[in-house]
Design a protein around this ligand. Structure first.
Ligand SMILES: Cc1ncc(C[n+]2csc(CCOP(=O)(O)OP(=O)(O)O)c2C)c(N)n1
Ligand SMILES: [Mg+2]
Length: 283
């Protein structure tokens, strides 16, 4: 199931595209059953999160705390439906539990809590703070002589948080080339266009100025996602930022690039239409 370089890039991408459809469907179903939660930023991240969990990361769902495992931190914690979907479909916990999202007694809270679910190493939701935890994990790996890679997923609105740049400076100071930040560049946050609320461009030049290596990819082209993230984990002497150009709500036409789908649950009818589209049953 995990990385197999014997398979061609096309074969791996085709498998991951199928898995990403399952992840997207689970996101829509889970937010529908909770009648609360974040579809837009989960769907924009679905392709690269799927590639990490079903191909690239060195992880073992049977041993979630295996020493030396790669680490994943969803710094934009509100998008946890994509994380819960990937973890469940990868075998960390039963998929039936996804329908308990956001219930008081559920392990699947509206933002991820580290001690609640196997596979979740960092609590997040307050934007900016997950990235700092990822930095700590990368520094710990370095000091302990472990070879694992730490991936942190950030939203583009999240880049407004000052602590993101404190973390960026620290990571460069320690030359943490085991740290990969993936920025989900969907150009929307909850209240509107990310570029309007707080212009952050040029994002690539900003990270470069902080002494990071910067890569870019189309975050919905699975072949590019695979090859770019493979490059990102190669040690380069500097931390790596991957700017993933994405579309918020990707995969469900009526949610795509629409601000209101940041945190709106689908109705019964919208759920039905969304799942049909994801399964490819509508033209
Ligand atoms: C420190 C902090 N401030 C505000 C919020 C409220 N909030 C939740 S999501 C969000 C917008 C995030 O936008 P972005 O990072 O672009 O995420 P995405 O578009 O991927 O959903 C905000 C402001 C928060 N969670 N944490
Ligand atoms: Mg965004």
């Amino acid at each position: 199931m995990t990385t197999s370089n014997a398979r061609s890039l096309d074969e791996r991408a085709a498998f991951l595209e199928m898995k990403a459809r399952e992840v997207r469907k689970a996101i829509v179903e889970m937010v529908h059953s909770a009648q609360s939660g974040h579809c837009g930023g989960s769907l924009s991240a679905a392709d690269f999160v799927t590639a990490l969990y079903f191909d690239l990361m060195d992880i073992d769902p049977a041993e979630p705390r295996k020493p030396g495992r790669d680490r994943f931190v969803l710094s934009k914690g509100h998008a946890c439906p994509v994380w819960y979907a990937a973890l469940a479909l990868r075998g960390y916990f039963p998929a039936e539990e996804l329908s308990t999202l956001r219930r008081n007694d559920s392990r699947l809270q509206g933002h991820p809590v580290a001690t609640y679910l196997p596979g979740i190493d960092a609590t997040s939701g307050s934007l900016g703070l997950g990235f700092g935890q990822a930095l700590g994990m990368a520094l710990d790996a370095r000091l302990s002589g472990r070879k694992n890679t730490v991936y942190a997923v950030l939203g583009d609105g999240e880049l407004n948080e000052g602590v993101v740049w404190e973390t960026a400076a620290q990571a460069a100071k320690y030359r943490l080339d085991n740290l990969v930040a993936v920025v989900d560049r969907n150009n929307l946050q909850n209240d509107g266009r990310a570029d309007v609320i707080m212009p952050m461009e040029p994002i690539d030049k900003k990270f470069e100025a902080f002494n990071w290596r910067v890569l870019e990819m189309d975050g919905h082209d699975m072949r590019q996602v695979l090859s770019t993230l493979e490059k990102a984990r190669e040690r380069s002497g500097r931390p790596t930022c991957v700017i993933a150009r994405t579309i918020k709500g990707k995969g469900v036409s009526f949610m795509e690039d629409k601000r209101e789908w940041h945190g709106k649950p689908p109705s019964d009818e919208e759920r039905r239409r969304a799942c049909e589209e994801i399964e490819g049953r509508t033209p």
